[in-house]
Design a protein around this ligand. Structure first.
Ligand code: ADP
Length: 492
């Protein structure tokens, strides 16, 4: 029954560009036969069907024009006109009655033709549009399937409207089109989403609920029996003309290989720096011994050479220590020993020890007593790094100004130089691992870009912040803030 209804329903035929001539012709003739049967056999009055014939035939013409296009409507119209003449002939119309009958048939015939053309044209235009859209969709699907990244799109309610092969490959399951992205397709474990209330179930719902984009968020997925897969996810909402959200899209990048390579590289750096540390320490000890032994030959060539070796060994040791710190940070193994101390005194000591090797004048402007609880050595490391950078990146005749300020429950330390500065667009990036500022010729200063990364992580783990205010050619001011003593901090 449902099949028959579907077949009869002209809406089901929208978008189908196969137009039949036989179907309207056969059905119209069958209906005419039925009408004639009714007139002669049931009503027993040949004239009883005239109004019924007009209404029924108009209905048929509209139906077939909408179902089979212009030609379908015209076929029905022609058969109907013949039928009207047949009625006049079989019912014995004569004289004035015949003239009126012919006139009515011509009038109705013209209306029927117009109806067939207008409705048929509408139907064919709709078919054209539907086909165009279907082709566009197919084209889009083909492009999506060729993309090297996974793509899922949803409507504004979060119901999946499309997905591609890479998504299936990454997640190992089929994405159900027409079902909710997070309820019926729980692809990314919701516990990994940074939503404390757990109301947001997937990156896609995050974008749909908040209207914000999610950029380069990393997640890991555990397919049963397989090794962990790492993915990077970007989601964004698509807005209609009035700015209302109409859909959302999610791009998923499989970064497992990249992660593995990174891990292998980190393991190598970790192992290499550990292996380098031991011989370097004993080299340093032997050098100290040699230096003591050769003190009596002060200013001799041997002594100068030894000093030179000692300097270079010191640099090597700093590099190896930085490498070790970076890999400890990566693996979460950088430990802190907390103690109470005066930050202003530590700054003073650090500046004094660096002043001897500095060509610039180091000035401590606002000395206020400030006690904090932190890892003294690690904070010293941050200060040394910021001060040596200021010395490295500014001319000799300039000064370097250090300030300390209390701001509510925090201490702000600033280190200002009047050197080469950092382009504004790189002010944030310089704190990333191994990042170095490049000039217009893509040249960098000697260094490895580890110092600021280590400093940022140390400060972050003390629940503080580090940032820079700098412009190219206008010097830089580096800031870091730390909680004052009495403010509880939990190191993680
Ligand atoms: P390194 O100095 O060893 O390259 P850092 O992490 O300490 O590594 O610094 C990263 C980059 O930031 C440096 O390469 C340099 O380009 C830039 N930078 C850091 N401090 C300053 C400064 N005071 N003035 C100008 N540029 C700086």
């Amino acid at each position: 029954m449902e099949k028959i209804l579907n077949y009869i329903n002209p809406i089901e035929n929208l978008g189908v560009k196969k137009y039949s001539l036989q179907f309207p012709a056969i059905v119209t003739i069958l209906i005419i036969i039925a009408l004639e049967f009714y007139a002669y056999q049931i009503a027993k009055d040949p004239l009883s069907i005239s109004i019924l014939a007009i209404i029924l035939m108009v209905g048929l013409i509209i139906y077939f024009s909408f179902r089979e296009g212009i030609r379908g409507g015209i076929v029905t119209t022609i058969i109907t006109i013949f039928y009207y003449f047949y009625i006049m002939y079989t019912r014995g119309y004569q004289g004035q009655q015949l003239a009126a009958g012919v006139n009515t048939t011509i009038g109705l015939g013209t209306i029927y033709f117009m109806l067939s053309v207008v409705i048929g044209w509408l139907k064919q235009t709709i078919d054209e549009l539907i086909e165009k859209e279907a082709n566009e969709k197919r084209r889009l699907e083909a492009i999506l399937d060729q993309l090297p990244v996974g793509v899922i799109t949803t409507d504004r309610q979060g119901i999946v409207t499309s997905s591609n092969r890479v998504v299936e490959k990454i997640f190992g399951t089929k994405v159900l089109i027409g079902r909710m992205a997070d309820r019926d397709n729980p692809l990314i474990p919701s516990k990994q989403l940074k939503d404390p209330e757990r109301t947001i179930k997937s990156p896609l719902s995050y974008s749909l609920v908040t209207g914000k984009n999610l950029n380069d968020e990393e997640f890991s997925i555990n397919k049963s029996g397989k090794k962990e897969t790492y993915i990077q996810v970007n989601t964004s909402v698509i807005r209609g003309k009035g700015g209302k959200i109409i859909a959302a899209a999610q791009i998923i990048n499989d970064i497992t290989l990249q992660k593995e390579l990174e891990k292998r590289k980190d393991d190598f750096v970790n192992m290499a720096s550990h292996e380098l540390k031991t011989p370097l320490t004993s080299l340093r000890l032997y050098l100290d011994y040699l230096n003591n032994e050769t003190k009596k030959y002060r200013d001799s060539k041997i002594n100068k050479a030894l000093n030179h070796i000692q300097d270079q060994t010191g640099r090597l040791q700093k590099l190896v220590n930085d490498l070790l710190d970076v890999s400890r940070l990566q693996t979460g193994k950088l430990n802190f020993t907390m103690e109470e101390f005066r930050l202003d005194q530590l700054i003073e000591e650090t500046m004094q020890s660096l002043q001897t090797s500095s060509k610039q004048k180091l000035i401590f402007k606002t000395k206020i007593p400030a006690t904090i609880i932190a890892d003294r050595f690690r904070i010293y490391q941050v200060l040394t790094n910021l001060l040596t950078n200021a010395m490295k990146y500014s001319p000799a005749e300039q000064k370097i100004i250090v300030k300390i300020e209390k701001k509510s429950d925090r201490l702000h330390v600033s280190i200002q130089d009047f050197g080469i500065g950092i382009p504004r667009d790189q002010n944030k990036k310089i704190f990333e691992r191994l990042y170095q500022v490049t000039d217009d010729n893509e040249k960098t200063f000697p260094g490895f870009g580890m110092g600021l990364y280590i400093s940022r992580e140390i400060i972050r783990r003390h629940k503080g912040q580090i940032w820079v205010d700098s412009e190219k050619g206008k010097g830089s001011t580096f800031y870091f803030s730390l909680p004052l003593k009495g403010i509880n901090i939990n190191l993680t």
